[in-house]
Ligand binder design. Structure first.
Ligand SMILES: [Zn+2]
Length: 285
């Protein structure tokens, strides 16, 4: 028998009136593309971001509810990557000094505690639509405040992961900082999962695009089965990012966002950690 080690990364859009660094409306119901945009969230040269105070307050409220330490000093960093829905060529995020550090959430009727590594604040990207005639980009969502919560790898089953995500949604709704609706993309979950045997740690696989609580638990159940079968055959699990197909109820291999844009990128750099992509440039506010 193999023992699963699971960690979650959960992104939640905050329901502030305006965006993270500009005065544009943060309106998830805006149907007309590129309506709530300005030179700041479109990344025009020479523009300066101004922090949304409400977003910081929401972060502190979330951190207090989740037993985190609230930082006395925090800063934002630039995470560089090139993607059409990221007009500046970098995302404003937090690297080494997040607003909330540590924390925990009890699940399964308080019978188990899941430790939280950190909660930081960043900005959301726009939305790309791919058609047969080309790709379209809508920047209404670009610059919307996005809270990223990372757990320690304390989760051991699909049931625990689903319960954690559901509890988190309930807390965010109760605090009125987000509707955290997964189907609308207001809350997005990524699962990191590896299987270990005899205390030997396994290879970590990341699952993205989980749009419902059922998708979280079903993708984990599928991965446990898939990875167990690979290990039973004496083969090695490949470190990769996988998507989840809700209709077929299976996970499938995906290329990394970064490498997809560099077809000739050296293979050994394909799994460069997110941390290495962040240049430590302090944004002067
Ligand atoms: Zn704007």
């Amino acid at each position: 028998m193999y023992s699963p080690t699971i960690g979650l990364e959960i992104h939640t859009e905050l329901n502030t009136r305006t965006k993270m660094f500009c005065g544009c409306l943060n309106d998830p119901d805006q149907k007309n593309p590129n309506t709530n945009v300005c030179p700041i969230c479109l990344g025009h040269p020479g523009t300066l971001p101004v922090i949304n105070k409400k977003a910081i307050e929401s972060m502190i409220i979330a951190g207090l509810a989740l037993n985190s330490q609230i930082a006395e000093f925090s800063k934002f960093d630039r995470k560089n990557y090139f993607y059409p829905d990221l007009p500046k060529g970098y995302q404003i995020s937090q690297y080494d000094l997040p607003i909330c550090l540590g924390g925990s959430l009890n699940i399964l009727d308080n019978s188990k505690k899941i430790r939280i590594t950190r909660i930081h604040l960043e900005e959301d990207a726009g939305r790309s639509t791919h058609t047969s005639n080309g790709s379209l980009v809508d920047f209404n969502r670009a610059g919307v405040p996005l809270m990223e919560l990372v757990t320690e790898p304390d989760i051991k089953s699909a049931e625990e992961a689903q319960d954690f995500a559901q509890k988190l949604q309930t807390i965010f709704r109760y605090l009125r900082i987000s509707e955290a609706n997964l189907e609308k993309g207001e809350m997005r979950c990524e699962v990191n999962i590896s299987l270990s045997k005899d205390d030997q740690l396994g290879t970590k696989v990341e699952i993205k695009n989980l749009n419902s609580f059922q998708a979280i638990s079903r993708s984990i159940e599928y991965e446990i089965k898939r990875q167990s079968e690979i290990l039973d055959r004496g083969e090695k699990v490949i470190q990769e990012t996988r998507g989840f197909d809700e209709n077929k109820n299976l996970t499938f291999s995906q290329r990394l966002k970064e490498s997809a844009l560099f077809p000739n990128y050296p293979t050994k750099n394909k799994f460069v950690s997110k941390k290495n992509l962040i240049s430590k440039i302090l944004i002067l506010l």
